[in-house]
Design a protein around this ligand. Structure first.
Ligand SMILES: [Zn+2]
Length: 160
């Protein structure tokens, strides 16, 4: 595992680097850095050669090393913070797309950006243990069961 990873600690957050410099301090090929640029590594495009901010480079590598940096059930990937963030106040909306899945929306705890993710309706019960889920368009599970008021039945469903 170790060894092949670029040495992120060599990057100084407040410095900026050319492609060559970044490759050199990280001990990777220049081609790798160019690939990262294509894959979305931010850089100062007005400058030639490109300059990459150390902080951007670090954030990019952090993210890349944990490609599926698992958001917990109640967490979302915030595009502004560039990392998984919990829903502010643990408040999450579920909007069904199909009977089996839908979209969760919440607000980033740190930057107030609206975050979304796809979610399977089968995991809603689990999510509800960690967050307050609301259903602006109705709870899909209630339709399926045909008896929205029968809480007993509901409990049994959850405990299975
Ligand atoms: Zn955020």
């Amino acid at each position: 595992m170790a060894g092949r990873r670029p040495n992120r600690r060599a990057i100084k957050r407040h410095c900026s680097y050319t492609t060559e410099e970044a490759a050199l301090i990280l001990g990777v090929a220049k081609g790798s850095v160019r690939r990262w640029l294509k894959a979305g590594l931010p850089h100062l495009a007005e400058q030639r050669p490109f300059l990459i901010l150390g902080s951007d480079l670090r954030a990019f590598l952090d993210r890349r090393d944990k490609p599926k940096q698992r958001c917990g059930l109640h967490e979302f990937y915030c595009f502004r913070c560039r990392e998984p963030k919990p829903a502010a106040g643990r408040l999450i909306d579920y909007t069904p797309r199909t009977a089996l899945s839908g979209q969760l929306s919440a607000i980033c705890e740190d930057c107030d950006t609206i975050m979304h993710k796809n979610f399977s309706a089968s995991k809603l019960a689990l999510l509800e243990r960690q967050a307050a889920v609301s259903f602006p368009q109705g709870d899909p599970r209630l339709n399926e069961m045909g008896n929205p008021r029968c809480d007993d039945h509901f409990e049994k469903e959850l405990k299975r």
